[in-house]
Write a protein that binds this ligand. Structure first.
Ligand code: SDX
Length: 428
């Protein structure tokens, strides 16, 4: 806590507001008493200058391109760690011992199965339903099946619900894919790693043994690490706001999935690959760059730009390296990768993108890898949701266990009609 204050002069009123420092990053001006003292709200649509909460999970420095999870850099975690270990770190605050990691992985693996009746949910969807629509529906329905872990006041139930969500997302995601291609669901195999099990449930078939390719398993596990958590982004804020009303964790995560689906957020990975395929060849890039700069054209470079990063998204750096590794391991020569790299180079040397500090973000390269592994573009945001579930769950737990937590209820600047008498239709 600092003794610094921010003094606000409002007409003849002067208000001192406490300034609070974190361990790193911008100070905050505590305005919780502002309305009571001044009868004024602050106004910040899109929350460009608003800290919605205190958190100890993830730190981002957008100017320096820094991303830390519980103090560990995304570069080191993506190189040295595993998604299960990063999940443990986000949930518990410290890196696990070998025994702690083994116990955690064992617990998660024992929650990978879905209640058998949930399989019938899929049959209510059209085969061509977008898998994210299925994810919203099935994850929301989990609260109808797991009543014994919906009491958010009970830390034991919160822990079970957290483990169930992290463990069942791969199963639900794989089933969404299987349903879309008309293949039978594959049950989890607890002998495999978290990511290997997901690959087998997605691409395995009953008729033959599925062999997990280590290079693919490692690349996908790294992609999950890169997507695990990201401070107070739109979908995490959605989960927190839903949770602040006391909604059960399954409903909160379903709300996060719905928000993530938007092309300005998690849906950008699907949109970015579709854009690269539409561009098709490097000679078409200048036309699309001009469209992205044209104020009258709604087209934007998908996978570019970020509310926080005004430097290179550190996840995009790791992702680009992983593209090379996967294409080499799978002996895939995808011309779209060349289009992506040339597009990046041209954009980063264009005054418009330089002036607006627009860099590739996590979604720019991920689709190239996922496509090379065999996922259809409609599954890209599903994989983002699968990985982000641990971040949503960790943020939800942090909020619920904060004794000072209140329901989130923003106010507004009202510019509508003032009070006026009703006029009967006969007189209108
Ligand atoms: C994710 O918040 C998170 O942390 C999200 C995420 C996570 O891990 O949770 O990192 C994941 O969502 C990454 C972002 C994925 N979205 C995209 O790639 C979609 C394309 N990008 C944009 O739509 C945009 O950059 C946003 C939505 C990501 C950020 O939007 P902001 O911060 O509200 O910025 P803005 O829209 O006000 O843009 C600022 C200026 C504008 O120009 P002016 O009106 O000032 O003249 O930059 C321009 C924009 O037109 N601009 C772009 C652009 N992004 C911003 N111009 C062309 N192409 C783009 N991609």
């Amino acid at each position: 806590m600092t003794n610094k204050v921010a003094t606000l002069n409002l007409g003849d009123q002067q208000v001192d507001l406490p300034v609070v420092s974190g361990t790193v990053g911008p100070d905050v001006i505590d305005i919780r008493k502002l309305y009571a003292q001044t009868d004024c709200f602050t106004f910040d649509p899109g929350f460009t200058s608003t800290a919605s909460c205190e958190s100890q999970l993830t730190y981002i420095d957008g100017d320096e391109g820094v991303l830390l999870h519980r103090g560990y850099s995304i570069e080191e975690l993506s190189e040295e760690s595993s998604f299960m270990e990063v999940s443990y770190l986000l949930l518990n605050g410290e890196l696990p011992s070998k025994q702690e990691l083994d116990d955690f992985s064992y617990t998660i693996s024992r929650h990978t199965m879905l209640h058998e009746q949930l399989a019938t949910f899929y049959r209510g969807f059209r085969r061509d339903a977008h898998p994210m629509a299925i994810m919203c529906g099935v994850v929301g329905a989990l609260s109808a099946f797991y009543h014994d872990s919906t009491d958010i006041a009970d830390p034991v139930q919160r822990k079970i619900a957290s483990h169930r969500l992290i463990a069942k997302m791969p199963t639900i995601a794989a089933m969404a894919y299987k349903y879309s291609v008309g293949q039978p669901f594959i049950y989890p195999d607890n002998k495999l790693s978290y990511t290997g099990n997901f690959l087998r449930m997605t691409f395995g078939v009953p008729a033959e043994e599925y062999e997990v390719i280590p290079a693919v398993e490692q690349a996908l596990d790294r992609i999950f690490i890169l997507h695990a958590d990201h401070e107070q982004n739109a979908s995490t804020s959605t989960v927190r706001l839903a949770g602040s009303s006391g909604a059960n964790p399954f409903a909160c995560i379903a709300a996060g999935i719905a928000c993530l689906w938007g092309p300005a957020h998690g849906g950008a990975n699907e949109a970015a690959l579709n854009m690269l395929r539409e561009i098709g060849t490097p000679d078409k890039i200048p036309h699309y760059i001009e469209r992205a700069k044209d104020k009258n054209d709604p087209f934007r470079l998908m996978g570019f730009g970020h509310r926080v990063y005004k430097n290179y998204d550190p996840r995009a750096t790791v992702m680009q390296k992983t593209v090379r590794e996967v294409l080499t391991a799978l002996k895939v020569n995808d011309p779209i990768f060349e289009v992506a790299m040339q597009l990046e180079e041209m954009a980063l040397n264009d005054p418009y993108f330089i002036e607006k500090k627009l860099f590739p973000n996590v979604d720019f390269y991920s689709g190239i890898i996922l496509s090379a592994i065999g996922f259809p573009t409609t599954m890209f945001t599903v994989l983002f949701a699968l990985a982000r579930t641990v971040g949503w769950v960790a943020q939800w737990n942090e909020m619920i266990s904060d004794p000072g937590q209140k329901i989130g209820r923003p106010r507004q600047l009202y510019t509508g009609p003032t009070a006026r008498p009703y006029v009967p239709v006969s007189k209108r």
